[in-house]
Design a protein around this ligand. Sequence first.
Ligand code: NAG
Ligand code: NAG
Ligand code: NAG
Ligand code: NAG
Ligand code: NAG
Ligand code: NAG
Length: 428
Amino acid sequence: MRRTTQSFILAVGLIFSVICWQNHSVLKNVSHNFNNHILGTEAREITQLPDTNTDFIGIRRNTEINCRKIFENDKTAISDARDLAKSYKRKYRMGPKRYQELAGNCASFRSTRGYMDTPVNEEEAMFPIAISVLVFKEIDAFERLLRSIYRPQNVYCVHVDTKSDDSFRAAVLAIVNCFENVLMANKSYPIWYDDPNMLLADVGCMRVLWYTSVDWKYYTNLAGTDFPLRTNLEIVKILKVFNGFNDVEGKLTGDARWRWTDIIDRVPLKLQPLKGSIHVTVNRDFVEYVMTNRTAADLLTWVYKAHYPEETYYSTLNHNPKLGIRGTFSDYSVRKRFLGRYVVWKGDDVCHGVIVHGICVFDLGDLSSLNKKYEMFANKFDIADSFAFDCMEERILNRTKEEISGNTQFNVSYYQDYISALSEYILP
Ligand SMILES: *[C@@H]1O[C@H](CO)[C@@H](O)[C@H](O)[C@H]1NC(C)=O
Ligand SMILES: *[C@@H]1O[C@H](CO)[C@@H](O)[C@H](O)[C@H]1NC(C)=O
Ligand SMILES: *[C@@H]1O[C@H](CO)[C@@H](O)[C@H](O)[C@H]1NC(C)=O
Ligand SMILES: *[C@@H]1O[C@H](CO)[C@@H](O)[C@H](O)[C@H]1NC(C)=O
Ligand SMILES: *[C@@H]1O[C@H](CO)[C@@H](O)[C@H](O)[C@H]1NC(C)=O
Ligand SMILES: *[C@@H]1O[C@H](CO)[C@@H](O)[C@H](O)[C@H]1NC(C)=O
């Protein structure tokens, strides 16, 4: 039995090495294309046309800004970039019409916009991730987020709010049609504050992803205002350390209980409801449970009637050990971090940008602190008025380029320490 397993692993390894050796030139080419299209000549040409609405392929709308120094909190670099931002305003967005045109030619769209057409390496190739994105507006932000997280081995689902402009929806569709592994949600919902639709949209995307043939290892969900702090390969390395652990928030603070007090007597299996975030990073068993288990369906029906159901559903599933779901947490009173998302809530920390709905929209002054965070994604970014988004994109692309050129070291000791400290609470 053991010998067969060993031979099997050996054979798979051998076959893989052959495939990878064959594809080595392809990997090199990705790096070449990255240099040319993302950071090279085409980016530089843009600065020579500062007053026109020309498409920019480059990641910076102005190469005079020095993102590297901004990440080091260099005050002069920050104030220079702020001055430039004032004169740029919204001019440099491409907008839905232009995106629709560009995506009309998929091959050229994928290459000129710098989409990876091979995995960075086999470690990444062996660990596909399923990602859903709920978007409402700002096609430029959506497309630049997508190209920053896109890998051919992953699978993506996009939900567009029914309230979105037709032009936005058409542009998203055109982009999605360029990728076999990017799918639209089966059903679109209008997403309002404090109603079940956001949760339904998310579960809908989860279903689309669950029924693909991709054997993805983890599911995560994003908003159009998120941006990655880690590359896909770094995320893979973190999720491998997680080893099944679900990164789901769950709290039972005083301001949480009012959300469900009037329906608490009807909660299925007398589960303890908790408050968390809709943003989760969960293993396949968790998703399977949501897709197939009667209790998950009953809880979904129950949670519709609570306030902010999207903040209660996954949290409750994840912190009730009697459900027996792998990777969930046995004791919600034990404090843990939320590594899925770095968010600055009003008053919790310094915010150099503006506060919208109680959340900091990051500005250039926030980048040096973002640079030191361990979370996988950060929220929120606004592509319109500052270069913060551009610098974040440059940072991720630089790291990806380094990975492509062979520097795939990433120190996971922080995550290892975290998981080992929590291990007794994680359901096997
Ligand atoms: C290797 O390249 C071929 C053709 O370019 C592609 O079909 C195949 O999926 C690649 N394999 C891997 C593991 O990337
Ligand atoms: C590398 O890219 C160039 C142009 O982008 C293309 O002509 C060439 O065939 C590619 N080579 C490989 C090995 O994929
Ligand atoms: C990204 O790489 C380019 C080219 O090496 C470099 O000039 C730039 O400063 C880097 N940006 C960041 C944010 O490190
Ligand atoms: C999506 O909807 C179609 C038609 O309503 C249905 O046939 C299909 O099974 C659905 N797919 C998923 C994954 O729910
Ligand atoms: C559904 O979940 C319950 C409790 O978590 C478990 O006892 C039951 O076996 C599950 N049912 C199915 C069909 O998986
Ligand atoms: C990784 O980080 C830890 C803690 O910061 C440090 O002690 C360790 O030496 C680092 N490992 C490597 C290989 O750099």
